[in-house]
Design a protein around this ligand. Structure first.
Ligand SMILES: NC(=O)c1ccc[n+]([C@@H]2O[C@H](COP(=O)([O-])OP(=O)(O)OC[C@H]3O[C@@H](n4cnc5c(N)ncnc54)[C@H](O)[C@@H]3O)[C@@H](O)[C@H]2O)c1
Length: 270
């Protein structure tokens, strides 16, 4: 699709995503909120989905042009909620070009013999079944449109242990498997599927209001990384924009690590 260039004062705005509709889950906070902001800034119309409708609405109302976005309530782990949310998006915008499967929860960092079955099921349901259900709901529309892009927020926990507990690490390894199988099944039909694998990023997940009894203190390890700092949510959102764009047309089934060098250098084995 040709780029539309608009003069804006002395600046030129490249509206790469004009006429495109982007769905972002986990849009009420952290990386998802930054994705909504970045895609809207690129000219897209964006559906901001979150289980917390108030926070999704806050994301939309905080935009310079809130009319470009729609807040939608969804629980990505619930099939009926997912299908209702996509119906709402289609009624609003008529199409879906990009899906960012970004909603996720952290577990309590417990090893296998200590984690409850309920925590295991909930973590897998949100982090892995969620991206599956959302993808399943939008793929027919993308096939009708002869293409689309799906971007799954995985984690460095898709490659290594200790970024979470048993359930979180297993769920994020699963997200990479889902990314690869969807690539295999739909790439030839114009749907590109890729994953982003962030390292420690400053969001509500790592820095919850009121603190957390189970999150480990990551400061020492972060200080040991080559970057030596937390990642900002916008840095992840810019990768999502890139992966969704024509510039990434040859990128299928990739796992883009953005971790300040954590996987390379940070972990000091026990
Ligand atoms: N923050 C990090 O260091 C880090 C590192 C690697 C990967 N990730 C992944 O990045 C993604 C975004 O996390 P974040 O750090 O921005 O966290 P966050 O807690 O700031 O945002 C997550 C959002 O997901 C929403 N959500 C939770 N359960 C949901 C559900 N069932 N349905 C719909 N929405 C739901 C929450 O309400 C919240 O708004 C997650 O998949 C997370 O696993 C985070």
């Amino acid at each position: 699709m040709p780029l539309k260039v608009e003069a804006a004062g002395s600046r030129c705005l490249l509206t790469k995503f004009e006429d495109q509709v982007v769905v972002v889950t986990g849009a009420g906070s952290g990386m998802g909120q930054a994705m909504v902001q970045e895609f809207v800034a690129e000219g897209a119309r964006v559906a901001a989905l979150d289980i917390n409708f108030v926070s999704a609405k806050r994301t939309v109302e905080g935009l310079d042009n809130p009319e470009s976005a729609l807040a939608v309530e969804v629980d990505v782990s619930d099939v009926e909620s997912v299908e209702a949310s996509i119906r709402q998006v289609r009624e609003w915008a008529g199409r879906v070009d990009v899906l960012c499967n970004n909603a996720g929860i952290i577990d309590s960092f417990r090893p296998a013999h200590e984690i409850s079955l309920a925590e295991w099921h909930r973590t897998l349901a949100v982090n892995l079944t969620g991206p599956f259900l959302m993808s399943r709901a939008v793929i027919p529309q993308m096939l009708e449109q002869s293409g689309g892009a799906i971007i799954n927020t995985a984690s460095i926990s898709a490659f290594s242990a200790a970024g979470g507990g048993t359930a979180y690490t297993a769920s994020k390894h699963g997200v990479l498997g889902l990314t690869r199988q969807l690539t295999f099944d739909y790439g030839r039909q114009g749907i590109r599927v890729n994953a982003i694998c962030p390292g420690a990023t400053a969001t509500g997940l790592t820095m919850p209001e009121g603190g957390s009894e189970t999150l480990p203190d990551s400061e020492t390890e972060i200080a040991r990384t080559p970057a030596g700092r937390w990642c900002e949510p916008r840095e992840i959102a810019r990768m999502a924009v890139y992966l969704a764009s024509e510039d990434a047309a040859f990128i299928h089934g990739a796992a883009m690590v953005i971790d300040g060098g954590w996987l390379t250098a940070a972990r000091n084995p026990i």
